[in-house]
Write a protein that binds this ligand. Structure first.
Ligand code: PA5
Length: 463
């Protein structure tokens, strides 16, 4: 099991910047309410994601068969999606495939893998420079079936497929979407696309463990059963309202105290492993979009949230860490460590004459990265900056499943403690609606009028 070490959030280690056991005691009722609320609503409403490790047996079987078929017939697998429909697949790919997967010789990998999560025209054309759509399976992922970015990509790609593949074009598309609403499901039925469903109670950023993430992972040969087993292991470990026995609940309690009482408005996610680099991107969406809310459950304006920032160890020791050790006491730094790297490299001899280089020789790179991780932890703690460590024995499907579930549970518990709706995203919707209005979409006339009435920019301030 992954371990959650919160020593360096406590006052015993970082003095008055830290949290005391009394502080934890004082919010225990709130924590227990949050746990009870989660347990009561498991699998219902927006908590559908909590049951994903247990209720997908036949879907998983279908996905594994489909994935094998894709690997046999296609050279490329391209995900078209954004936000929660892209960040999970990217994070799991990065964690569990070769770090230069697409560049490997064909004999050493499966289909090439791409996730297109932007509408930058240069990026779309760059993709088309390196894949032949006729040899590609496109997985269009959008829960709402209406997101402009994903639907524009869908339109561009289907136009190309129709020209290149004739009647067979629809065989190149798999739609992952809501069964009951949106346009993609209607198109899927009309065109006969193979389809997977995103369950109603599974929001975008909580969807990695449903077909959104499972199909791309299976195509890459990742052990998706292992991912789900890992998630269930973490779910079971987090069984109980005592934070000292439920790591995700303790993590939520400490973050709650950190942001509400200790002025820690920033959450830095800093894995010490390149394979976990994109896990930080996935976490940033989960934490930021879930907790950043203007209004609470009682309709009160509260402006809650903690700004997520991604960093990478050791790379960012040579940039951001200066700020984290000497700058303001406004953040919680989460270090993710890996005890055993899957591969290792010995640092060769060759500088015997230079004592200040030679000390490295004979050690392994994993020793170096892990020593630097512990050294950064020490430096942060010494300077009284709040930090915590999540330790993975090894990066594998089970530990990644555990990690995903840990952060999802932490977010759900913390959102409830903050008394906000963890599962909506009105701020994101606002931007989507303004785009529709500017594109003169039918039904958005009032929004267009609102935009036109907004104060015009002052030329004086553009220099
Ligand atoms: O977490 C969320 O709900 C969002 O980030 C969505 O995933 C994102 O906006 C994409 O939405 P959709 O999957 O409907 O295209």
């Amino acid at each position: 099991m992954i371990k959650f070490d919160f020593n360096n959030m406590m006052d015993a280690y970082i003095g008055e910047q830290g949290i005391s056991e009394k502080d934890i005691e004082a919010v225990l009722d709130k924590a227990q309410d949050s746990y009870a609320y989660f347990e009561k609503n498991r699998g219902t409403g927006w908590m559908g994601w909590s049951e994903l490790p247990y209720n997908q047996e036949s879907i998983v079987r279908d996905i594994i068969m489909t994935a094998a078929d894709i690997r046999a017939k296609y050279k490329n697998f391209v995900v078209l999606g954004i936000g929660g429909s892209a960040l999970g697949p990217m994070a799991v790919y990065n964690a569990l495939c070769h770090l230069r997967y697409n560049e490997l010789d064909e004999s050493k990998r499966g289909v090439k893998f791409f996730v297109e999560d932007n509408v930058d025209p240069e990026r779309m054309l760059a993709l088309l420079d390196v894949i032949d759509p006729a040899e590609t399976m496109f997985n269009v992922i959008t829960k709402s079936g209406a997101t402009s970015e994903t639907m524009s990509q869908y339109l561009i790609i289907t136009d190309i497929l129709k020209k290149k593949c004739g009647e067979d074009w629809a065989k190149h598309i798999i739609a992952t979407t809501s069964e009951s609403k949106g346009n993609l499901i209607k198109l899927a039925k009309e065109e006969g696309f193979k389809t997977y469903f995103i369950p109603d109670g599974v929001g975008g950023r909580f969807s990695e463990l449903c077909p959104v993430g499972l199909l791309p992972a299976a195509v890459l040969g990742i052990d998706i059963i292992g991912l789900l087993v890992g998630a269930s292991e973490m779910d079971k470990k987090c069984n109980g309202a005592d934070p000292y026995k439920n790591p995700a609940l303790m993590a939520a309690v400490l973050q709650y105290i950190a942001m509400e009482q200790k002025g820690k408005n920033i959450s830095v996610m800093m894995p010490y492993a390149d394979s976990l680099k994109l896990m930080a991107d996935w976490y940033c969406q989960l934490w930021g979009e879930s907790l950043g809310k203007a209004v609470d459950f009682d309709g009160k304006t509260v402006h809650k949230g903690q700004t997520p920032v991604k960093a990478l160890g050791v790379t960012d020791q040579h940039s951001q860490v200066q700020l984290y050790t000497e700058g303001p006491f406004d953040n919680v730094i989460t270090i993710i460590g890996v005890e055993k790297f899957r591969k290792d490299v010995v640092i060769a001899n060759g500088a015997e004459q230079f004592a200040d280089v030679n000390f490295l020789c004979g050690h392994t790179m994993s020793e170096l990265i892990n020593t630097e991780r512990k050294a950064t932890e020490y430096a942060l703690t010494r300077s009284k900056h709040m930090n915590r460590t999540i330790l993975l024995d090894e990066v594998n499907a089970r530990s990644i499943g555990q990690l995903l579930m840990f952060f999802q549970l932490e977010t759900a518990y913390c959102g409830k403690m903050l008394n906000i709706d963890t599962f909506n995203q009105p701020g994101v919707e606002e931007g989507k609606n303004a785009t529709y209005a500017m594109f003169d979409r039918h039904g958005y006339e009032a929004k267009k009028a609102e935009l036109e009435a907004a104060p015009k920019k002052n030329e004086k301030y553009i220099i």
